[in-house]
Design a protein around this ligand. Structure first.
Ligand SMILES: Cc1cn([C@H]2C[C@H](O)[C@@H](COP(=O)(O)OP(=O)(O)O[C@H]3O[C@H](C)C(=O)[C@H](O)[C@H]3O)O2)c(=O)[nH]c1=O
Length: 314
């Protein structure tokens, strides 16, 4: 696994979650631990299970960037499919050794993506948990495959799993390859802001702390064997997101002349680019009482302000 990343926590850098009360609670008070080993290494995983004796595994480790999956799909197959299989097997063998009461309480929480549902037409209803899978990219196909493996381990071996599928995350500490951090850093460096195609593709934006709360909620209260969609109720076209970033930067860190929007450059589209994703999160809201708290403009402002602090004090 060359490049481990995840949409909420970078497994190798727990700092990403350090300020998230929910995940601190998961880690420290409730004796759940996050897998930190290479998930493709069964021996490392066995050592980790023996050391921590976890009562849950929250599986966030993944190759996550669609563009990378197009230029080099092999790592996605290795990490997302074989890695998930390896982690499932390590979890199953460990789980089988637990006494009855702990076996019942154990959870394998698989964190996945709305991209498994594929491309959504402009007027189509948002994805629900039973929307048929139709992944478009090597990335989303690998995540779809991992979702199926997790459900199979539940059905065949009774491993107590829960699955969540989330929309586009954003917020502090996100990997620089993703749209929002990339646009902020390119803008501040005076470089072009590369918008793929016509920029009319729509994504639903989920603030990282909202996602972390949702994960905690599903891990602790979700029904075994169930899937929960998690979204931010914030659907926006990419070009509108980029323009909003430019407006915030014009206010908070103005250029000497003109606007950051002048740096926008429309570039060749991503192959197989999905036009729209949208999440219906009614199930988790009705069953578990979770809903997103952050509006897109407040979340984006926090993200831009955080990036500006980092830019001033590298
Ligand atoms: C990097 C970049 C992206 N884009 C477009 C492509 C997408 O339509 C949108 C967001 O792209 P990004 O690569 O940040 O995210 P997605 O491809 O939507 O996928 C992300 O959200 C889902 C849920 C995951 O599951 C993925 O793991 C996560 O990477 O902006 C551009 O126009 N220019 C750019 O330079």
């Amino acid at each position: 696994m060359k490049h481990t990343d995840s949409r909420v926590i970078n497994i190798d850098k727990l700092t990403y979650a350090a300020n998230l009360d929910a995940l601190d609670a998961v880690r420290e008070n409730e004796r759940h631990y996050l897998a930190q080993a290479d998930i493709c290494d069964p021996v490392a995983l066995q050592t980790l299970f023996a050391k921590y004796q976890p009562n849950a595994v929250m599986h966030l480790a993944a190759e996550s960037h669609v563009d990378r999956s197009i230029s080099g799909p092999a790592d996605f197959i290795a990490t997302n499919i074989v890695g998930t299989y390896t982690l499932l097997e390590a979890s199953r063998h460990y789980w089988q050794t637990l006494p009855d009461s702990q076996r019942k309480a154990f959870r394998f929480h698989h964190v996945s993506t709305d991209e498994v549902y594929g491309d959504l037409l402009p007027e189509a209803p948002a994805f629900i948990e039973t929307t048929p899978y139709a992944p478009s990219s090597p990335y989303s196909a690998s995540k779809a495959s991992s979702d199926h493996l997790v459900r199979a381990w539940h059905r065949t071996y009774n491993l107590p799993v829960v699955v969540t599928n989330c929309s586009n995350n954003y917020g502090p500490w996100q990997h620089q390859e993703k749209l929002i951090p990339l646009m902020i850093s390119q803008a501040l460096a005076g470089k072009p802001l590369p918008v793929y195609g016509n920029g009319q593709q729509q994504r639903d934006w989920l603030y990282v702390e909202d996602h972390a709360r949702a994960l905690h909620c599903v891990l602790t209260s979700g029904r075994v064997g169930e899937t929960y969609n998690i979204g931010g109720s914030n659907e926006h076209a990419n070009i509108d997101v980029v323009n909003e970033i430019c407006v915030m930067l014009d206010e908070l860190a103005p250029r000497t002349t003109g606007s950051y929007a002048e740096q926008i450059a429309f570039v060749t589209d991503r192959p197989g680019h999905d036009l729209r994703y949208a999440i219906d999160h009614q199930k988790i809201t009705h069953e578990l009482g979770w809903r997103p708290r952050e509006s897109f403009s407040s979340g984006l402002r926090k993200t831009v302000e955080w990036a500006l602090c980092r830019h001033e004090q590298p």
